[in-house]
Ligand binder design. Structure first.
Ligand code: ADP
Ligand code: MG
Ligand code: ZN
Length: 628
């Protein structure tokens, strides 16, 4: 806290000076060379002004400059007291009775008679060499020295990277091999991601093997997943496994920098990495840097765009055969600039998902290694009680429990501490809407089971790949993943009807089991209605309306809100269309009800299994259905 309160005012002072000087907006870089000059020039100007004002106020002698003629007049009138003659100027004082202590100075002109005149008027004088070095020291070196000290001092206070002048200093931390002590053994619960990264490890440890075969190594690997699932950890583990240096930098660090600095940093990072190949460059929180360009209405963040451009340039210019792999992590892939995801950039994406119950148990085991557990603690049970938790939450849970036990002066961490810690952590997460309560979980298990069973029962639906009730993304509480067998360009009427049925499966299962329905099916119903509408109005698949297509009212792309394009058909026809859509959906509803009523035993069994394991593979479901 104290640190923070120090930082703010300091930054403000510098900002204030800049605004006094009218330097609020450094001019945009015109030549495209994101040089350090952008800020340096202003910095030097401030320094110059500072030094000249110091000279003005402190070093300039308080003397009156007078013309040479006046000086001669003083001499002839006998007003001059003492006199020092220097190579370029003459300084002197006036006599006591004229004006005591008043000094004057005059520029020395070529005047061979000067000494004669002085002698004639009895002025005492002496000569002196101007000490050029001393005055130079006084006027320039000392102020620069002071300025430097102030700068150093403020840098220290603000910490690295906080000061305005911390430009172009490379902050990419170089982790030597011994420093990333993380290995795959420290990462659990995300086995699919680990498997995918295994190839990267192999490439880094033995690049020659891949090159011989002419295989193309991915240049960039993007880790995508919710916060806390272990993306950063996984990237470090890859470096640890391959025993290569790990250069890491966070996207958010770039954002606070001055114009041109981020781009320079990126360049530095890549040139450093090239020297240490094979190695890994890791850019954490890529979304902070890689937001789609032009998305910012307020004129855009010039600096961020420049940095992003530089990153793209560096990635394009990089030869993977050198053995440098660029890894990156984000939890918001949807806002990334599409240019980043093009082939030759982050073309390989690895999903780092929330762990299921087995994964959570494994993660708990890893983190519980360092604490003394009581004999009654069952990590499997704890994993079962923490659906929706990610790796970071579980690490936090173990830590909280250990702290609670320590507070109670216990020798070991008991189940009671875990219970208390779970309640605590869950309370926090529930507020953030990230975990479900028991009732919600039950509903979701039946809902997803309904989708899956219908998908396996109808003829034309894609087979189920995986059913899961681990929340994924923002809206979905669970999901049923179907795997298309082949690419499709055409769909038949019966295929569309089957798809409609699968979409209704979740909702109908809720109806059958709970005799009540939830809001969870809203998205399903919308998609079902869309299919039915397309069948009626676009594909001419309704017997009653025939082959005529009724073009859907298309919204002009930039139409203002509430703008309605005219219909191309009558109100009467519109009513008929709506009726047809409703009929399609109703018929599908009846059909699904029949399927699920017949399969009620499997539905209950699958829901039960899903509640236990949280994710069920398609094969298991098919086996279950065959057995019953
Ligand atoms: P992310 O980068 O995805 O937000 P981190 O890698 O920063 O998540 O994870 C934070 C911490 O949580 C890690 O340092 C680790 O202690 C713990 N953690 C997260 N995921 C895992 C995991 N899969 N296995 C073991 N520990 C994990
Ligand atoms: Mg991270
Ligand atoms: Zn659904």
């Amino acid at each position: 806290m104290t640190d923070n309160s120090n930082k703010e005012p300091r930054k403000n002072i510098i900002e204030q000076i800049r605004s006094w000087l009218g330097l609020e907006n450094p001019p945009p870089q015109k030549n495209g060379l994101p040089g350090k000059s952008g800020f340096n020039m202003w910095y030097l100007l401030i320094l110059f002004l500072f030094i000249t004002s110091v000279q003005q106020f402190f070093l300039a002698p308080k003397v009156e400059p007078i013309p040479y003629s006046k000086f001669k007049q003083y001499v002839t009138e006998g007003k001059v007291g003492t006199l020092t003659i220097e190579p370029e100027k003459i300084r002197g004082t006036l006599t006591e009775k004229e004006k005591p202590g008043q000094e004057f100075t005059t520029v020395r002109v070529t005047d061979p008679d000067l000494v004669k005149d002085l002698d004639a008027h009895n002025v005492s004088y002496s000569g002196r060499y101007a000490n050029k070095f001393l005055s130079f020291l006084l006027a320039w070196i000392i102020p620069i020295g002071i300025f430097y000290l102030i700068w150093r001092f403020s840098m220290k206070k603000m910490g690295p990277g906080m000061g305005v002048m911390s430009f172009s200093k490379n902050k990419a931390k170089i982790f030597a091999e011994s420093e990333t002590k993380v290995s795959f053994a420290d990462v659990a619960g995300i086995d699919e991601a680990k498997e995918e990264l295994q190839e990267i490890v192999e490439f880094l440890t033995n690049p020659g093997k891949f090159q011989k075969l002419g295989g193309r190594i991915p240049k960039g690997v993007l880790l995508v997943g919710p916060p806390g699932t272990g993306k950063t950890l996984l990237a470090k583990a890859v470096a640890g496994e391959a025993k290569v240096p790990f250069f890491s930098i966070s996207g958010s660090e770039f954002v606070e920098m001055f114009v041109g600095v981020g781009a320079a940093r990126v360049r530095d990072l890549f040139s450093q990495a090239a020297k240490q190949a094979p190695c890994i460059i890791f850019i954490d929180e890529l979304d902070a840097l890689g937001k789609a360009r032009g998305m910012n209405v307020m004129g855009g963040h010039d600096e961020r765009e420049q940095t992003l451009n530089q990153l793209l340039v560096e990635m394009d210019g990089f030869d993977t055969n050198k053995g440098v792999i660029i890894m990156s992590a984000t939890n918001r892939p949807e806002i990334l600039d599409p240019a980043l995801l093009r082939p030759g950039r982050f073309d390989r994406q690895v999903l780092v998902d929330r762990p299921d119950i087995n994964g959570r148990e494994a993660i708990l085991k890893i983190h519980a290694k360092n604490v003394l557990l009581g004999p009654a603690v069952d990590l499997r049970k704890i994993a079962g009680r923490t659906p929706g938790f990610v790796g970071a939450d579980l690490a936090n849970l173990v830590n909280e429990s250990a702290l609670l036990a320590a507070r109670k002066n216990k020798e070991t961490v008991e189940a009671a501490e875990f219970d208390e810690a779970i309640d605590r952590v869950v309370g926090g997460l529930e507020k953030k809407n990230r975990v479900m309560n028991a009732r919600e979980k039950e509903i979701v298990t039946f809902h997803e089971s309904g989708h899956a069973i219908v998908a396996e029962s109808v003829e034309h639906a894609d087979p189920v790949h995986k059913i899961s009730i681990i929340p994924r993304g923002i809206a979905a509480l669970g999901y049923t993943q179907q795997q298309p067998i082949e690419d499709r360009y055409l769909m038949t009427r019966s295929e569309l009807l089957d798809r409609l049925a699968v979409l209704l499966g979740g909702r109908v299962a809720e109806e059958l089991v709970f005799d009540e329905i939830s809001t969870g099916a809203q998205n399903d119903l919308q998609r079902a209605t869309d299919i039915a509408r397309s069948m009626v109005t676009e594909y001419g698949m309704s017997e009653r309306l025939g082959l005529v297509t009724y073009e859907r009212a298309r919204q002009p792309m930039f139409a203002p809100e509430g703008f309605a394009a005219g219909k191309t058909y009558s109100e009467e026809k519109a009513a008929q269309i709506d009726k047809e859509i409703a009929r399609f959906v109703d018929e599908a509803h009846q059909r699904v009800r029949k399927i699920l009523t017949e399969r009620r035993v499997v539905l209950d069994k699958l829901a039960q299994l899903l509640a236990e394991k949280e994710s069920v593979q398609g094969e298991e479901l098919r086996k279950m259905m065959a057995d019953s």
